[in-house]
Design a binder for this molecule. Sequence first.
Ligand code: ADP
Length: 337
Amino acid sequence: MIELRNVSKTFSRNGNPFLALDQIDLKIEQGDIFGVIGASGAGKSTLLRLINHLESPTQGEVIINGASLQSFNAAQLNAARKNIGMIFQNFNLLNAKTVYHNVAIPLILQGRDKAFIQARVRELLEFVNLSDKTDSYPDELSGGQKQRVGIARALATNPSILLCDEATSALDPHTTVQILLLLKEINQRYGITIVLITHEMTVIQKICNKVAVIAGGRVVEHGEVLSLFADPQHPVTASFVHTVIHDRLPDRVVQLLREHDGGALLRLEFVGSTARQPLINQVIRQYAIEVNILFANMSEVQETILGFMIVQLRGELPQTEAAIRYLSEAGVKIIHV
Ligand code: ADP
C-alpha cells in the first residue's frame, strides 16, 4: 500500500516559496489502478516524484508498504526504488542502444549475470509482443512500440508498483487504448499496483478503479471511479467528467424548451441494472403521460452501464408526479433541469 499522510511540498521560485502540493492525504491499495487527474501545473508530477522519492516532502510522510521513505538511508531508498517501475510520456529510451539493451539496463545495473538477463529480456519482450524487434533501435519503432519497450524495461526488476507519467499522452487514440489494455493486463496478471497521472478523463474511464482529482496542489475529490463519474461533487471533477460523458443540453436550448413547451424537464441518471429496464416505456403506459426524449447517452465505466437522459414529461400534474415517483423508486436519480 502507498500512503501519503498530510504531504505538502514547497519549492523555491525566484527566492519565494511556492506551495506545489498542499496537505495531501491519499491511500493507494495493493492492486489498485489509481489515477491522478488534473490540469497542467496542478501538481501531478510532483506527487509521482514524491512516491518514488525523487522529491522529498516538505511536510508529512510518504509510506510504502508500511515503511516511511523519510526514515530510509541511501541503500534502503535504492532498494525501495527497485520495487517501483516507471514509464514516461516521451518513453525515455536510449536511442543509441537496441531494444534488447534498453530493457536489459535495470538488470545490468542490478549486476545480474548474462544468462539471467537474456532469459528475462526475452520473456519481457514476448509479453509486450515485441520479440521481433529485439535488435531494432528506438528510432525504428512507432510510438506504441516505444512505450512497450518502456513498459518491458519498467517491469524488468519485478516491481510491485508501476508509476505512469502521462504514458499515453504522446500516442494516437487507437495506440492509447492498446497501451491501456496492456497496463490493465499487467495489473491483473501480476497484481502490480499502478499509479498513473493524466490530464485525460478517458484514461481514467478506461482502466482506473480509483481516482484523485487534483487542482492547485490540493486533492479536491477522490474515490471510486464509477461514483465519481456518476456523481461528481467538485466543479473541477464535473468539468473533467463532462469531457467524456455528455449529459447536458445547452442552456439556450433548455430556455427555449421551458418558454415554449412547458412540462417537467428532467435529467435522469441510470446506473447498472436500472439502465437495462424499459422504465420510460412503463411510465408512458402506466401514467398516460407523454415523454419527449430530448437527449440520451450511455457509457461504460468500470464495467457498469452509466446512462443519462433528458426528458420532458407532459401530462396532468398528479400523473406527472406519480411517474416521477415511480422512476425514483426504480432507482433512477432525478434532477429537475
Ligand atoms: P503537473 O504535473 O500537474 O503539470 P507539476 O507537479 O509538474 O504539475 O508542477 C506543479 C507546480 O509546481 C507547477 O506550478 C510547477 O511550475 C511547480 N514546480 C514543479 N517542480 C518545481 C521545481 N523543481 N521548482 C519550482 N517549481 C516547481
